[in-house]
Design a protein around this ligand. Sequence first.
Ligand SMILES: Nc1ncnc2c1ncn2[C@@H]1O[C@H](COP(=O)(O)OP(=O)(O)OP(=O)(O)O)[C@@H](O)[C@H]1O
Ligand SMILES: [Mg+2]
Length: 322
Amino acid sequence: MSDPTETLRAALPPLAQSRLQSLRLADGRAIVVLDAGGLDAAGRAQIEAEVKEALAGQPGVSEVRVALMADKPRRTIIAVGSGKGGVGKSTVSANLAIALSRQGRKVGLVDADIYGPSQPRLLGSEGIKPQARGDKLVPVPNQWGVPLLSMGQLIEPGKAIAWRGPMAGNALGQLVDAEWGETQVLIVDLPPGTGDVQLTMLQRHKPAGAVIVSTPQDLALIDARRAVQLFEVGQVPVIGMVENMAGYQCPHCGELSDPFGQGGAEAAAAEMGMDFLGRVPLQLAIRQASDAGTPPAAGDGPEGEAFAAIARRVGIWLDNRK
Ligand SMILES: Nc1ncnc2c1ncn2[C@@H]1O[C@H](COP(=O)(O)OP(=O)(O)OP(=O)(O)O)[C@@H](O)[C@H]1O
Ligand SMILES: [Mg+2]
């Protein structure tokens, strides 16, 4: 026999479904708990009336009670983007999340790069699949204290996925609207460019701010400007820019060289009136630690400090936006 509350869930209007926290049926009484965060009095009255109307006629229901959980602190979403691929968005996302967590915040990570997910490998949790609670995914915990949801956890490793836009958008929704519990800050690692996933992210999930990653290379900076434009159009404030792969330190002799030049991103950030969040050097140790699933930000070496400094700036931004 099917669960009667499943039938009731299905009967709810879409807005109520998306805000549903719990639904119970006991002695003919349906108790529906909804997240009413951000709704005004009229909106609250309307959603309550719609739920009552939708459930009143259902079999086994003699009474409907609606509890509206007001002002549930909404999670702050920070999107990490770049115009160009391979500049280190995923590396910065993972390490920024871990550094923020080490600074005492409750942080979660969403790998929105559904065509080429990399976070399960970066966090050393490849092959672990998230459980579902009700119709929501439960983020996968790890030793770094940053629960993760990634399409990489839902598909077989190495299997390429070529989804059309709407499917990709729905998949993203499942990752963002998951059981994030106490998570205060959700870092979202975006795919490169300005495609469907990015637009869905901006339109449906409205990040509070965006971090732009760029290499010092001129070409990448032109692309970074494109990413900035995307967020401007979506009315998402840009928190600032991270310059990645800035300067190369030879692992043997320690000599510093600048294959792409240095300071280009900082100058470009200033020119665009954007804050500069920090610089991460191009280091073999960063790539090796990343590939090994032991994120550099979890350690106390100089690489860890570079990410900690970026996280402190993002932390200041978070504290000042209330
Ligand atoms: N500062 C760095 N020093 C050394 N290697 C780095 C650094 N940043 C990133 N890398 C390496 O560069 C490669 C690309 O980085 P990453 O996957 O983070 O980029 P991305 O922008 O997310 O790429 P994509 O556009 O494909 O999603 C990875 O192998 C990563 O380990
Ligand atoms: Mg990536």
